[in-house]
Design a protein around this ligand. Structure first.
Ligand SMILES: [Fe+2]
Ligand SMILES: [Fe+2]
Length: 298
């Protein structure tokens, strides 16, 4: 069976056209009128370049000779282009997280606190993905999406990661994106649609981050599983960081981006170290990964 073709129509009991078929677009429209899908995002504001779509200094190429050679209008459109790539990366990461949340929920006692939280978090991640998708559709940019090898590594992770390893990877993705979201949420010069998206994301992710940190701190895996998780964490960080760079290779990033990435990855490493997921193998891998994704300016 071919699973690759996009779904555009379904056959249902309710007829909406002369062929008796209901379009998926119509079904989606109806579903999104439900309270859980109604959000406060001001989509009526045109997604043009009158205001920046994100803070300038979070663009990977910010401060490079190429960036400095651009006119202000080129920089603003670069921010919109990168935002579309970034949100495409977010969707891709969110979908991976949803996969693990639902899988873990399946193992928890029905109705238990963990079961409930995991499903609530999965619902919120679905909502985020829908909103990021709406932005990508509306912003006038066709993103290229993550590079192929990152998709391969993530597929490997989907097939082999334990719940603990998946929780660590989720935390890495959430902590790497949280500073930018917080800055956007509080910056009134940012486009109001993007600011509202960031505000919603910050509020939801604060709960997800607290839950993930609690789960990681409380985990009591065997020595072998602990070692495995400590080794896989920097590899997850490598994949996630490359996805978030929106196809800008590390050598083309600016010093602000590199310094911030180094700082955020070292903070993550410290948290995992203090939670019992350190060790010399993991430490070496973290150093290799950090030097690759955020090379020091020579
Ligand atoms: Fe999210
Ligand atoms: Fe999250």
């Amino acid at each position: 069976m071919d699973h690759g073709a996009p779904i555009t129509t379904v056959t249902g009991t309710t007829s909406d056209d002369s062929t008796g078929r209901t379009t998926v677009a119509l079904l989606t429209q109806r579903a999104r009128r439900q309270p859980m899908f109604v959000s406060e995002i001001p989509w009526e504001v045109p997604l043009n370049d009158d205001r920046p779509h994100m803070p300038m200094r979070y663009v990977p190429t910010y401060g490079t000779p190429k960036w400095e050679s651009w006119e202000p209008t080129d920089r603003t459109s670069e921010m919109r282009r990168y935002c579309a790539e970034l949100f495409t990366g977010f969707i891709w990461l969110e979908n991976t997280i949803i996969h693990f949340l639902v899988r873990q929920a399946f193992r928890e006692p029905p109705g238990s606190e963990a079961h409930t939280f995991l499903l609530v978090e999965a619902t919120e991640e679905c909502q985020h993905s829908l909103i990021f998708g709406d932005y990508v559709q509306a912003c006038g940019v066709t993103p290229r999406g993550p590079v192929r090898w990152t998709k391969g590594l993530a597929l490997l992770m989907r097939l082999t990661a334990t719940d603990l390893e998946a929780m660590i990877a989720s935390l890495i993705a959430e902590l790497l994106t949280d500073p930018m979201n917080r800055q956007m949420a509080g910056d009134d010069t940012i486009h109001p649609t993007l600011q509202a998206i960031a505000r919603m994301h910050v509020a939801d992710e604060a709960r997800h981050i607290a839950f993930a940190k609690g789960q990681i701190r409380a985990a009591k895996p065997s020595a072998l599983r602990r070692l495995r998780a400590s080794v896989r964490a920097p590899l997850a960080a490598l994949t996630i960081t490359r996805v978030l760079a929106g196809r800008t290779p590390p050598r083309d990033t600016g010093s602000a981006y590199r310094n911030r990435t180094r700082h955020d990855l070292r903070s993550l490493q410290t948290f995992l170290d203090q939670s019992g997921f350190g060790g010399w193998i993991s430490g070496c891998l973290w150093t290799i990964v950090i030097n690759h994704v955020a090379p020091s300016a020579s």
